[in-house]
Design a protein around this ligand. Structure first.
Ligand code: PEP
Ligand code: MG
Length: 582
């Protein structure tokens, strides 16, 4: 039995068999023993992956050579030479045969040996070849591991997925009937993979360092997503203890869900709109069962992922219409395409960038790819005839972007009028406040939009210069940092001065202590993953508004995020002990 710690990102406990899904990003793979009769099959798999990788590289080299000339494509010639290296190939085959292991483990183990040997060579040129070998190695491993997803599909029974990394698009395609929990070696608390764990309502942990090397398929493990704990090969007493905790978790969740029909209102009657964040239209029942009064953030980018062609206007219209109708008359805020950062869609051919979080993404992408943007706006407008829809733009950095987007929206409206297609003429339009410049100049922006929604996941990342994806610096990712709460205070005041409402749709409000702080700062709407809504509602219903305001004032006077968090936690314990007892 062994216990490992990570960052718990989706609550609950799962006990079951593990399925290791290799992403091809890590060379630290578990040994997968194979029977003597499977050895020739493993060798064939390896050779097949060599051929596929070779063809891929030839294709890239050809494309590059056409576009930017022969010289730049020479690097891929070096990659091809590595793939044709007989010693390497024979070494891998030897390991498969002698150790009776799967091809991916054998290949990764041989590469590890090469890295070791190369790093000791006293020649800079040769040492640098390590990165070429690593690149080719990842590509080949990706090809070998791609088959694993197929094996997962064929796998009978329920599994807990363990992977070095899971991309948001991989996570989005997990089948909830089969996968009861997942964990990854990398990733931060607000990475989109983590957020999708909450949407799937299965326990999830990210940042469990070096766990893959410790696991074999079919090992029994426990994943405690509430506390970020993984237990490998637990004994019966530990299984019993966690089964008991799981029952308690389900009981508490059931109790809180009973608040479903009650408003998110403080003891003295201050009403907060409590809405939900969704990624897919089929999440609406979950929003309603957890008491969501609307959808505060519909992340539409998943529409564009895991597919070969762009979604059509009609297809988008039908999905948005479904959400609008099933939530009606409750409001639904549709956020326009926010690709980039950790979310990619091969259909859009966004080039690889050095700093994707600061790159050509979200509204910046949409304002240059007007065709794609207008298609989406037309679909949203058409769906607005069937419910209470609002439009929200992501990653707004300046007022010019709002004005440019408005121009395209007006064009879309004019087209629909001409085509005699109905839509809500005065559909409200809001801006996400998630870039520091937007927060600081929110007085200017407030004149041009109907509402603000604070995207604190990105706001924290940009204000504190902390990559939200990186588990190594996750301890610095502080929602209660004085800079963050002062900025939120500023945005709320600037919004209210112009009579527009201000919401929050980042993950920070899923901590009920922080939700109370947001209420005290004057936030009008809180939107979060459906599963966390009951907890937030319970916290709001346990406090007087004037006490929340006093708490916020006090919080603004502290010098560090830790002091603020400790202060809020102790208050919550006082106000609503059951929320801190989990
Ligand atoms: C945010 O940045 O806080 C947000 C809600 O958007 P996303 O997590 O999709 O970037
Ligand atoms: Mg964001």
């Amino acid at each position: 039995m062994k216990e490992l710690k990570g960052i718990g990102v989706s609550p609950g406990i799962a006990i079951g068999k593990v399925f290791v899904l290799h992403s091809g990003e890590s060379f630290n793979l578990p040994k997968r023993p194979v029977g003597p009769e499977q050895i020739s099959n493993e060798i064939a798999r390896f050779e097949d992956a060599l051929t596929r990788t070779r063809n891929e590289i030839l294709g890239i080299r050809r494309k590059l050579s056409d576009q930017i000339g022969r010289e730049s494509s020479d690097i891929f010639t070096a990659h091809l030479l590595i793939l044709e290296d007989r010693t390497l190939i024979e070494d891998v085959i030897e390991v498969i045969k002698n150790e009776k292991v799967g091809a991916e483990y054998a290949f990764a183990a041989v590469l590890q040996r090469y890295f070791q040997a190369f790093s000791q060579i006293n020649d800079e040129y040769l040492r640098e070849r390590i990165s070429d070998i690593r690149d080719v190695g990842k590509r080949l491993l990706g090809n070998l591991c791609g088959e694993e997803k197929k094996r997962l599909e064929e796998f009978k029974g329920k599994v807990i997925i363990a992977s070095h990394d899971l991309s948001p698009s991989d996570t989005a395609s997990l089948d909830k009937n089969k996968v009861i929990a997942f964990m990854t070696e990398i990733g931060g608390p607000t990475s989109h993979t983590a957020i999708l764990g909450r949407s799937l309502e299965i326990p999830a942990i990210v940042g469990v360092e070096k766990i893959i090397g410790e696991l074999q398929n079919d090992d029994t493990i426990i994943v405690d997503g509430t506390h970020g704990i993984v237990i490998l090969n637990p004994d019966q007493a530990t299984i019993d203890k966690f089964t008991f905790q799981e029952d308690r978790f389900l009981q508490l969740t059931g109790e809180l869900d009973k608040l479903r029909e009650l408003p998110a209102e403080t003891l003295d009657g201050k009403r907060i709109v409590l809405a939900a964040n969704i990624e897919f239209h089929h999440e609406v029942p979950s929003v309603l069962s957890h008491g969501g009064e609307g959808v505060g953030l519909y992340r539409t980018e998943y529409f564009y992922m895991n597919r070969a062609t762009l979604p059509t206007e009609q297809e988008q219209y039908e999905a948005y219409r479904k959400v609008a109708e099933s939530m009606n008359p409750r409001p639904v805020i549709i956020r326009t395409l926010d690709l980039g950062g950790d979310k990619f869609a091969s259909t859009l051919e966004i080039p690889h960038e050095m700093n994707p979080y600061l790159g050509w993404r979200a509204i910046r992408f949409c304002l240059t790819r007007k065709d794609i943007f207008k298609t989406q706006l037309r679909a949203i407008l058409r769906a607005s005839a069937h419910g209470n829809l609002k439009i929200m733009y992501p990653m707004i950095a300046s007022v010019q972007e709002v004005l440019a987007a408005r121009e395209i929206l007006n064009e879309a409206k004019a087209e629909l009028r001409n085509e005699k297609l109905p839509f809500a003429e005065n559909i409200p339009v809001g801006a996400m406040i998630e870039i520091p410049s937007a927060a600081l100049a929110s007085d200017v922006l407030a004149k041009e939009v109907d509402f603000f929604s604070l995207g604190t996941n990105d706001l924290i990342q940009y204000v504190l210069a902390i990559d939200r994806m990186n588990e190594k610096i996750a301890y610095l990712y502080e929602p209660t940092h004085p800079a963050i709460i002062r900025l939120i205070d500023l945005v709320v005041r600037n919004g209210h001065a112009r009579d527009i409402w201000v919401g929050s749709c980042g993950e920070m409000s899923s901590d009920p202590a922080i939700a109370i702080l947001l209420v005290g700062l004057g936030i009008d709407e809180i939107s979060a993953s459906p599963v966390v809504l009951p907890k937030i509602k319970k916290a709001i219903r346990s406090i007087h508004y004037k006490d929340a305001q006093e708490m916020a004032l006090k919080a603004l006077s502290f010098q560090t995020g830790k002091e603020v968090q400790a202060f809020l936690d102790s208050k919550l314990k006082h106000i609503c002990r059951e929320l801190t007892d989990e």
